[in-house]
Design a protein around this ligand. Structure first.
Ligand code: F6P
Length: 344
């Protein structure tokens, strides 16, 4: 009887998930494994909601954004009895191994379940690029490219109208998208969660820039950035999700109002939001996703459970899930210092 591998995708979707699923299915079928898709992340394993995966189901999905399996932010450790349901369904679905594609929350659950005896491996997915023990998560490259294109477009209208343009990008606890899109788009200031905003400094640099003849400025701010004095994130909603996260958003508008008030320069705000997460993955993310999918299947075949596929330099290696979810990977000071050279 052939072995059965299951796949699930949890947390926020991101471009590149479908290439991972396709690679897992293609590699698995070659190795005579049967593949079952679990719908909507951990929710599907609690509710026993599945989808058979075969050559037909993954045909044509390589360039498609989102996830054909659906996703959710369900945490089985949140409600009593759900972990037991996950374990029971793992057994009744005759799953020999599960590949969990997710960010820190999904992989955190994967690590706990592995330690409780389930055969699980992980694939690091998030546009935020904040998972430790890997150089890159897939989806990040696409998000950076989308944000960079947006900054380029905003640049021309900023210049025509002589305005300060504030662009709010995603990034809850880490500023990777803001940092890389900001550098690539030539932003005049990049404000990210790791380095609190000094509003006086930001306004001073805009004024200095305008004094040297520039009549517009581009300010990139991550949704999780905070002001130095107040020290709190700006929330859209205080309600917590199953992993204890609040919904962020709104810092761009507050910052824009403050800049206009303090400098007198006309200011506009654009929130990029979920545009950064939608649509077709870049070639880089398609290739990275494909390599991760193949590696995850190899880990399954070798019985290397509790491990995650990881990019280190040019190589795809494996690291323990525990190491990957232990601490969030944030932007280091030396990288931010490079961005700062171009401020103002
Ligand atoms: O985790 C990825 C992410 O896109 C974060 O950057 C953002 O804070 C969050 O998801 C938004 O989540 P949702 O789509 O549930 O609003």
């Amino acid at each position: 009887m052939s072995k059965r591998v299951a796949v699930l995708t949890g947390g926020g979707d991101c471009p590149g998930i479908n290439p991972v699923i396709r690679a897992i299915v293609r590699k698995a079928l070659k190795e005579k494994y049967e593949v079952v898709g679990i719908k909507n992340g951990w929710k599907g394993l609690i509710e026993k909601s599945t989808l058979a995966l075969n050559l037909d189901s993954v045909s044509g999905i390589l360039p498609k954004g989102g996830t054909i399996l659906g996703t959710s932010r369900t945490n089985p450790y949140k409600n009593e009895g759900d972990v037991e349901k996950v374990k029971a369904n793992f057994k009744s679905l005759k799953i020999d191994a599960l590949i969990a594609i997710g960010g820190e929350d999904t992989l955190g659950v994967a690590d706990k379940l592995y330690k409780e005896g389930l055969n699980i491996v992980g694939v690091p997915k998030t546009i935020d690029n904040d998972i430790s023990a890997t150089d890159r998560t897939f989806g990040f490259d696409t998000a950076v490219n989308i944000a960079t294109e947006a900054i380029d477009r905003i640049h021309t209208t900023a210049e025509s109208h002589h305005r300060v343009m504030v662009i709010e990008v995603m990034g809850r606890h880490s500023g990777w998208i803001g940092l890389e899109a900001g550098i690539a788009g030539g932003a005049d200031a990049i404000l990210i969660p790791e380095f609190p905003i000094d509003i006086k400094e930001v306004c001073a640099l805009i004024k200095r820039r305008h004094n040297r003849g520039k009549t517009f400025s581009i300010i990139v701010v991550a949704e999780g950035a905070k002001f130095k004095k107040e020290g709190a994130e700006v929330l859209q909603e205080e309600k917590l999700d199953a992993f204890g996260h609040v919904r962020l958003g709104g810092i761009g508008q507050i910052l824009g109002n403050e800049i206009e008030k303090r400098t007198g320069f006309e200011t506009r705000v654009t929130v990029l939001g979920h545009i950064q997460r939608g649509g077709t993955p870049t070639a880089f993310d398609r290739v990275l996703g494909t390599r991760y999918g193949v590696k995850a299947m190899e880990l399954v075949m070798e019985g290397e459970f509790g491990q995650m596929a990881s990019l280190q330099g040019d190589k795809i290696v494996s690291v323990s899930l525990e190491k990957a979810v232990g601490t969030l990977k944030t932007v280091p000071g030396e990288l931010y210092d490079i961005a700062k050279i171009f401020f103002g």
